[in-house]
Structures are given as structure tokens and as C-alpha cells.
Design a protein around this ligand. Structure first.
Ligand SMILES: Nc1ncnc2c1ncn2[C@@H]1O[C@H](COP(=O)(O)OP(=O)(O)OP(=O)(O)O)[C@@H](O)[C@H]1O
Length: 596
């Protein structure tokens, strides 16, 4: 798949109103800090605003031969105070901006881990990661600087205009004419900055997608000699990011220099018109000087306003991409509703632990049904095995019990209650699940073992290590249980990973143990040993097993034969060999049993 065309989250951008609402939500918890930063910025701006007036007084006093010491000291104090207050305000705002970014990252990370599996499968993880890392960074500028720059810029701009109006209305008219002209041109440029930034951020997401694709299958890439091709993919995305980044920089440069241009043009115009007015005696020269100083003072508020708008355009693109993740549907989290599965032993009498009632299911509306009217029951103790050809829907049975997905039709009952009526956390905490590919997480072996049972004691760990035949592995590892495994740590073999996964599931002391091809990579000796362990566990736990190798399940108490999303037959090995043609054929090929 071309990373450029990889499916991403809903691409509908937010409207301007929604963006401002989202920005407001980010800032609400920090409103007092923003207000303080704003106040400091305004004080700083006011200090600057008084300077031209002070200069006018200074020039007037100079003309009348008065002393200047007092006013010079006042001016210096004004400058120092204004700068100190502005610096403090800038610190408060930067700190607030960092807090906004952190809050957004925390919320997004929490949300990503609660995504429904169907949503998670739709979006490349690299894209999701870039939204948590790169897009949130863009929030920094928009969250506080934009707001404060817009507010202080607007206040200082209006105040300077009022002062200039008081000095000379004609010169003000000339100035405003130029500013409006240049401002109109800037307004045309702004949407281009937003578009280019959004594209650049998308391309950054594509880089992550392309990298995640190859880093997740690193050996495959090397074995296939695909390094150059895959590097070219990453480069193509990087080039796209560069192109859009440069485009955005170009428009930002145009917008950024507009404030200078406006003031320079206004300066020339004011100099021409003002000079003529001074020459004709309509205004004194001190008024022209003060007016020109206000004109230069205007550079700051105007550039703040331009900055505010261009940062807003950048930030709006990021807010939109973050909001797209916030729109993805997540799993319910309320532990109080539904209740937990009772912990009573499976040996005690109680309802059927797992029952499928006419269950139909498809992964997405555009995909065919993987289950059609599937019905079966699992007894409270003993081992129930699911067998059948690849793609028959065996693993999906486990995914439906775990409520990773919800049945499209019919009901999945656990302990006599629809899985949708149990609390999700309560349901899953009663299940031990060993997945087909038995992933190991980056961390120590101990962390991997207690991942699903953080409260496990050292005795519990020792017990499962022995049961899962992991003692020799622990002895071999340089730091025993505290040896890092997984990424960058000691590498575990496929069989070792499976044993770690089984130990992890057993440590949870589950009511239901789901084993999906859990022993497929073990050598014969270890497989036999673990089969005994599982048989022992099945005496007091409900054990469900998916297996391709019939040899691993011939002793199961009940075998469910699945084919093309349907249950073909249910029975013991002997019954099925006698009654079901598909099972008899599987047995004949795998176990060398004579066919009927
Ligand atoms: N996450 C998914 N999204 C879409 N389709 C899926 C998904 N997982 C599985 N499928 C499809 O659903 C069908 C049943 O898959 P399932 O993994 O349950 O079969 P299985 O019997 O366990 O196969 P195997 O023995 O090869 O593991 C297959 O056609 C598979 O392609």
C-alpha cells in the first residue's frame, strides 16, 4: 500500500467555529494563567505606547529650554519596567502553552488505548502516533501566543490609532489607507498557510506510516532486499512534507513581511504629507516626530496580529487533525455498570460459562460475514477445542468473547449474560487470553509476566514459571527475571514467547482461559508438558482452545468443528471421526487415522 493513499482518520476538517470551540476547551483550564500573561503583555504594550508622547514632551521642552533629566529618568524606568513585565508574561504564557500540549498528549494517548479494535485497524499506527507527537507540538503556538498576540496586538493597535488620531487626523487617514491595502493582501494569503500546513502535517503522518511499515517487518525488508524501495517511500513522503512546508514558509514570509511593508509605505506617505503640513505651519514638527514614532510603534502590534492569524492557521490544521482522533469511537470505560464476572470456581454449579446463540458477525459492513448463525455451548470445566480450516472463524470466536468486536446478530453469553451487559473491564479481567502470535512487550521478563496481573506475588510467578516450563529460560538469561526482553532486549524464540504468554495468562488466574494456537511453536517435549498443564488447569477452569494440529486436541472434552463461519459438528474426537466428514479427513491426514 502506498503510504500516500493509506487510509487515515475521517478527513473532514473542522469549521472555523468548531476550531475556536476546541481551542477554547484547551484553554479553559488555564484561563487565569492566560489572563495574567495577557495583562503583562498589555502593560508592556502600554509602556511602549507612552514613549512617543514622552518624546514629544521632551522635544517641546527642548524647544522651550527646560531641563530634561526628570523625563529621561522616567523614560528609562518605563522601558525597564515594561521589558520586565513583558518577559514575565512571556514565561507564564510559554509555560501555559506547554501545559496545553501536555494535556492534549495525555488525552490523546488515553483515547488511543481505549479505541475500539475496529477503529484501530482502520488507521495506520504511524498516523496516530504523528498526531500525538507532531500535531500536538503545533498546539503550543496557537494555544497561547495566538490568543495573547491577537488581544494585545488589537488593543495596542487601537490605542496607537487613537493616539495618532489625537495628534493629527489627516496623517491618520493616510496611515490607515496604507494599512488597509496591505491588510487586504495578507488576508488573501492566510488560507494558503492553513492548507499548506495541513498538507505538511499529513505528509509527516505519512512518513510515520512508511517507517512503521518497514520497522515492523525489518527482517522481511532485509530478506526481500527491499531497503531501497522502502527508503524511496519514506523519501517520497519526506519530500511531500518538505514541499508543503516550504509552501507554507513562503506564504508566511509574505505575510510576515507585510507588516514591515505597511509601516514603511505609511512612513513614506506620512513623511510626504506630514512634511507638507509642517512646512505650511498646520502642525508643529514635534507632532510629526511623535506621529512617526507611533507609526514605528505600530510595527509591533501589526506584526503581532499577522503572527496571531498565521499561527492560528497552522494551529487550526493541527487542531483539526487532533479532533479527528477525538471523534473515533472508544470502548466504554465505566466499571460500575454491568458488574464483574463472579470469581467462583468453575467446579461449582452455575450457568453455562460461554454460549453462542445464532451469532452472525462481519468485521465491517463492506466485508462478508465471517460467522453465520453460529451456536454452541461450552461446559463449565474441561477443554473445548475449535478446529477447522484456516479462515473458518475460530480466532474470531475468541475476539467476540473478549468483546473486541460486537456480534452483528445473535448473542454471545458469558455466565448466562450477554457480553454487552457485563462491565468490559470486569469481563476481560476474568479471561486469560493467549493470542496466536504471542507478542512480547518491550520490558523485562518479569514485567511481561505480570502484565495482565500486576498484583502477582513472587510465589505466584515462581509457580507459573515452573508450570509453563520456563525455569531453564530464566536460568539462562543474564539477569534472570529482570532481563529485558522484547525490543532491544534478549530475543525470545517463538516457543519461548508462547510459553511466556501462557504463563502470563495463568498468572491472571482466569475463569476462562482462551488459547489460540498457543502451543503451535513448541517442540514435542514442551508441547506435551504444556498439554498436561492445560489439562490440569481445565479441571477447574473453562478452557477454550483453537488448534490446527489435531494431535493437541484429540483429548479435548468437546470439539467444535467450524467451516466457513459455521459450526459443522460438535462432539468428542471419536464421535467426530465417525460422524463428520471434514473432521475425519483432517484426522486422516494429520493423525494417520484410516478414513471411512
Ligand atoms: N481484523 C479483521 N478484519 C477483517 N477481517 C478479518 C479480521 N480478522 C480476521 N478476518 C477475516 O475473518 C475470517 C475468519 O478469520 P479467523 O482469524 O477467525 O479465522 P481462523 O479460523 O482463526 O483462521 P486461522 O486458523 O488461519 O487462524 C477470515 O476470512 C479473515 O480474513
Amino acid at each position: 500500500m502506498n503510504p500516500a493513499s493509506a487510509p487515515t482518520t475521517e478527513e473532514t476538517p473542522l469549521s472555523a467555529r468548531e476550531t475556536i470551540k476546541a481551542l477554547h476547551a484547551y484553554l479553559r483550564p488555564h484561563r487565569w494563567a492566560v489572563a495574567l500573561g495577557l495583562l503583562c503583555a498589555l502593560v508592556g504594550a502600554a509602556g511602549g505606547l507612552l514613549q512617543p508622547l514622552a518624546t514629544k514632551t521632551l522635544v517641546d521642552r527642548l524647544a522651550s529650554g527646560e531641563t530634561l533629566t526628570g523625563i529621561l529618568i522616567a523614560l528609562t524606568v518605563l522601558v525597564l519596567l515594561g521589558t520586565a513585565v513583558e518577559a514575565f508574561g512571556a514565561y507564564v504564557l510559554e509555560r501555559t502553552a506547554e501545559s496545553v500540549v501536555m494535556a492534549a498528549r495525555r488525552t490523546l494517548a488515553g483515547r488511543l488505548l481505549r479505541l475500539r479494535l475496529a477503529e484501530w485497524e482502520r488507521i495506520p499506527p504511524g498516523d496516530l502516533m504523528s498526531r500525538v507527537t507532531s500535531d500536538t507540538t503545533l498546539l503550543r503556538a496557537v494555544s497561547t501566543q495566538t490568543v495573547v498576540s491577537a488581544a494585545t496586538g488589537a488593543v495596542a493597535f487601537v490605542a496607537a490609532i487613537v493616539m495618532m488620531g489625537c495628534l493629527d487626523a489627516v496623517l491618520l487617514g493616510v496611515t490607515l489607507g496604507v494599512v488597509v491595502l496591505v491588510g487586504g493582501a495578507v488576508a488573501l494569503v492566510m488560507p494558503r498557510i492553513a492548507r499548506a500546513t495541513e498538507r505538511a502535517q499529513e505528509a509527516v503522518g505519512e512518513i510515520s506510516i512508511a517507517l512503521e511499515r518497514v520497522l515492523g517487518a525489518f527482517r522481511k525488508v532485509k530478506a526481500s532486499g527491499a531497503e531501497e524501495r522502502e527508503t524511496a517511500r519514506v523519501e517520497a513522503a519526506a519530500r511531500r512534507a518538505w514541499r508543503h512546508g516550504v509552501k507554507s514558509a513562503k506564504w508566511e514570509a509574505v505575510a510576515g513581511s507585510a507588516d514591515e511593508l505597511a509601516v514603511q509605505l505609511a512612513f513614506l506617505a506620512v513623511l510626504g504629507v506630514g512634511g507638507a503640513r509642517v512646512a505650511s505651519g498646520e502642525i508643529p514638527v514635534s507632532t510629526l516626530i511623535a506621529f512617526l514614532l507611533y507609526l514605528f510603534y505600530l510595527i509591533d502590534p501589526v506584526s503581532k496580529l499577522v503572527d496571531a492569524v498565521s499561527h492560528y492557521q497552522e494551529g487550526a490544521a493541527a487542531i483539526s487533525r487532533i479532533a479527528q482522533v477525538e471523534r473515533l469511537s472508544t470502548e466504554p470505560t465505566d466499571r460500575r455498570t454491568g458488574g464483574c464476572l463472579p470469581r467462583q470456581a468453575a467446579t461449582e454449579p452455575g450457568p453455562v460459562p460461554v454460549r453462542f446463540e445464532d451469532v452472525s458477525f462481519r468485521y465491517r459492513p463492506d466485508l462478508p460475514y465471517t460467522h453465520q448463525r453460529v451456536s454452541f455451548e461450552v461446559p463449565r470445566t474441561g477443554m473445548t477445542a475449535f478446529v477447522g480450516p484456516s479462515g473458518a472463524g475460530k480466532s474470531t470466536v475468541f475476539a467476540l468473547i473478549e468483546r473486541f468486536y460486537e456480534a452483528t446478530g445473535g448473542r454471545v453469553l458469558v455466565d448466562g449474560k450477554d457480553v454487552r451487559d457485563w462491565s468490559l473491564a470486569g469481563l476481560r479481567s476474568a479471561i486469560g487470553y493467549v493470542e496466536q502470535d504471542a507478542p512480547v512487550l518491550a520490558g523485562t521478563l518479569r514485567e511481561n509476566l505480570v502484565f495482565a496481573a500486576p498484583g502477582a506475588t513472587d510465589d505466584d510467578i515462581r509457580d507459573v514459571l515452573t508450570r509453563a516450563r520456563l525455569d531453564p529460560l530464566v536460568e539462562r538469561l543474564p539477569h534472570g527475571l529482570d532481563t529485558p526482553v522484547g525490543h532491544r532486549g534478549s530475543k525470545l524464540s517463538g516457543g519461548e514467547r508462547q510459553r511466556v504468554a501462557i504463563a502470563r495468562a495463568l498468572l491472571r488466574r482466569p475463569r476462562l482461559l482462551l488459547l489460540d494456537e498457543a502451543t503451535s511453536q513448541l517442540d514435542a517435549v514442551n508441547e506435551l508438558a504444556l498439554r498436561d498443564v492445560i489439562t490440569e488447569v481445565a479441571r477447574e477452569t473453562t478452557v477454550l482452545v483453537v488448534a490446527h494440529r489435531l494431535s493437541t486436541v484429540t483429548g479435548a472434552d468437546r470439539i467444535v468443528v467450524m467451516d466457513s463461519g459455521r459450526v459443522r459438528a460438535v462432539g468428542s474426537h471419536e464421535e467426530l471421526v465417525a460422524q463428520d466428514r471434514l473432521y475425519a479427513r483432517l484426522a486422516a491426514t494429520q493423525l494417520l487415522t484410516p478414513t471411512r
